[in-house]
Unconditional design. Structure first.
Length: 117
């Protein structure tokens, strides 16, 4: 599966952004999707994930209550949504796909999110 991310940009603290990630292929529902970020000088971290069916979601403690992830398998798209943004959310954000329980092996291009104070 190939992934194409969109969205991102500059936003003030407290603002919101959505980062749709569209996938090619006919078996999108077989892939769990992850949403990662990497800030300068830090390792890439998993922010949120959603199973292929969309029935289960997990979030990093740092974003719980502020970020949500959803998907529309008919449109082959996952929708990471960020609200109540903080300057520490500034990072390059990536979507990733994993087939079943395998490791994430498919990546979209990163998109920069910058939150100003």
């Amino acid at each position: 599966v190939q992934l194409q991310a969109s969205g991102g940009g500059l936003v003030q603290a407290g603002g919101s952004l959505r980062l749709p990630c569209a996938a090619s292929g006919r078996t999108f529902s077989a892939y769990g999707m992850g949403w990662f970020r990497q800030a300068p000088g830090k390792e890439r971290e998993l922010v949120a994930s959603i199973t292929g069916s969309g029935s289960r979601r997990n979030y990093a403690d740092s974003v719980k209550g502020r970020f949500t992830i959803s998907r529309d398998n008919a449109k082959n798209t996952v929708y990471p949504q960020m609200t109540s943004l903080k300057p520490e959310d500034t990072a390059v954000y990536y979507c990733g796909a994993r087939y079943g329980a395998l490791e994430y092996a498919n990546w979209g291009q990163g998109t920069q999110v910058t939150v100003s104070s």
